[in-house]
Write a protein that binds this ligand. Structure first.
Ligand code: TYD
Length: 428
């Protein structure tokens, strides 16, 4: 790698912050009686000082602008800072940089307090050596001074990455190379005329410039498990939204199923008309679908650095075929060892729900498939299959157990908290 220290601007480079900024500005304008503006009109608030924007865009007097800023800040400091999302691919980039020994810092004109909160909430914190922003009482510190502070802290061979001419100017003032990114709030012309060393259009291109032929970090493999009726589909969506917010590119898959071939196997397994399938055949069919999914979807996506989310995986076979069908966990594990080929999840979300509660939920749901038509005792054994599997020491490191019997919001909240903890532990 040409650069061993990477300094990132925050807004428009790592995160898309327009929601929080425009909504807070709209709120302030409305409170002051300046109504009827749209988010599009207020996109111009991103970048320039608020004081100027309130006057220019809304026609406020300087005194009104001062008042509007106070209202803006009251909303931004409580809600607006979190109305933010990380650009897809940034999580992979950060991991790959770290894996290759680069030092990473945020060098931002945003008040340091908010930059720190954002880094924590959006998952950069484990990758960063420093967050440098203007300190309190020094709001107008120049980008050049901020970049200098970060360079002094980190050493190495630095490069400044940003979406606006100010970022490029700040890097150049310190004599270092710069990379302008066009996916943020600046334009290619702006970045080129500021004299950026490189100008890139996408996070992928940025990754190529920074890493050249150094190895990329592998993705993370996440599976979701639980008995039928545990609320898996709803919580899966919440987890996907969370991963997106953290800047992961995602490959979603499911079992049985995944790609076209595996979906054909799924149809065969779940068709209520296929009553002749023996228990052992069923176990092999799930394993066949899994082998297809692992090799056609999971491994290639992990190689691209993605977060792979798989709705059910090998643990389902252990619980359903091993426990529910009484084939025995050892036997089912053996059948599956070949199918998964060593590809095991980094994190498994177990949505734990007592079988009686899951049954009452299922009864109110749609037309049952072949498996869902099983007797209550089948699901009790399946539940016990999960419980025994996850009580084993060797599985503790990857499994988070979520109490799925509570409200949707409570379950999501607990799941995401436990997930983040596990992810940060994995990321060191
Ligand atoms: P499920 O994900 O619940 O599908 P849907 O949400 O569309 O109902 O999975 C289908 C069924 O297959 C479910 O009852 C669990 C069962 N199953 C096994 O018995 N063994 C396995 O290995 C897997 C992956 C699923």
């Amino acid at each position: 790698m040409k650069y061993t220290t990477v300094l990132f601007d925050l807004d428009g480079t790592l995160t898309k912050s327009e929601e929080g900024i425009t909504r807070s500005a709209l709120y302030a304008a409305e409170q002051m009686g300046f109504t009827g503006y749209t988010k599009e009109q207020f996109m111009a608030f991103i970048g320039p000082p608020l004081y100027a924007s309130f006057q220019k865009i809304c026609g406020m007097t300087p005194e009104q602008a001062e008042e509007a800023i106070l209202i803006y800040r009251s909303r931004f400091s409580t809600i607006g800072w979190a109305e933010n999302e990380v650009y897809p691919g940034i999580a992979q980039l950060m991991r790959s940089l770290k894996k290759n020994g680069a030092k990473i810092a945020i060098a931002t004109a945003k008040p340091q307090e908010f930059a720190e909160k954002i880094a924590k909430k959006f998952g950069f914190a484990p990758y960063l050596e420093a967050i440098v922003g203007p300190g309190f009482g020094n709001k107008h510190e120049s980008k050049a001074a901020i970049v200098k502070k970060a360079m002094d802290l980190l050493g190495g061979v630095p490069v400044m990455v940003g979406d606006r001419c100010f970022d490029i100017d700040g890097g150049k003032a310190n004599g270092i190379d710069t990379i302008g990114v066009c996916y943020g709030y600046g334009t290619r012309e702006e970045l080129e005329s500021a004299g950026a060393t490189y100008v890139v259009d996408t996070v992928g291109e940025l990754t190529d410039v920074l890493l050249d032929d150094s190895p990329r970090a592998k993705g993370i493999f996440i599976t979701i498990e639980g008995v039928d009726g545990c609320g898996k589909t709803t919580q899966r969506e919440a987890l996907l939204a969370h991963l997106r917010e953290l800047g992961w590119e995602i490959q979603l898959t499911r079992e049985p199923g995944g790609d076209e071939m595996a979906e054909k196997i799924r149809e065969m397994i779940l068709d209520p008309a296929n009553t002749a399938i023996t228990d052992l055949t069923e176990a092999y069919l799930y394993a066949a679908s899994r082998a297809q999914n692992v090799h056609a979807l999971v491994i290639p996506a992990l190689d691209k650095g993605r977060a792979v989310v798989c709705d059910r995986f090998v643990d389902s076979s252990i619980a359903y075929q091993g426990g529910g069908r009484r084939l025995g966990t050892e036997r089912v594990a053996r059948i599956n060892a070949e199918a998964v080929d060593g590809c095991m999840p980094d994190i498994t979300v177990y949505l734990r729900m007592e079988p009686e509660k899951a049954l009452s939920r299922r009864l109110s749901a749609s037309e049952p498939d072949r498996l869902e038509r099983e007797k209550a005792s089948f699901f009790e054994r399946t539940y016990m299959g999960y419980e025994e599997l996850y009580a084993k020491e060797e599985n503790r490191a990857r499994v988070i157990t979520v109490d799925a019997s509570r409200s949707i919001e409570e379950v999501s909240k607990q799941m995401i908290e436990l997930f983040d903890e596990k992810l940060w532990a994995l990321e060191g």
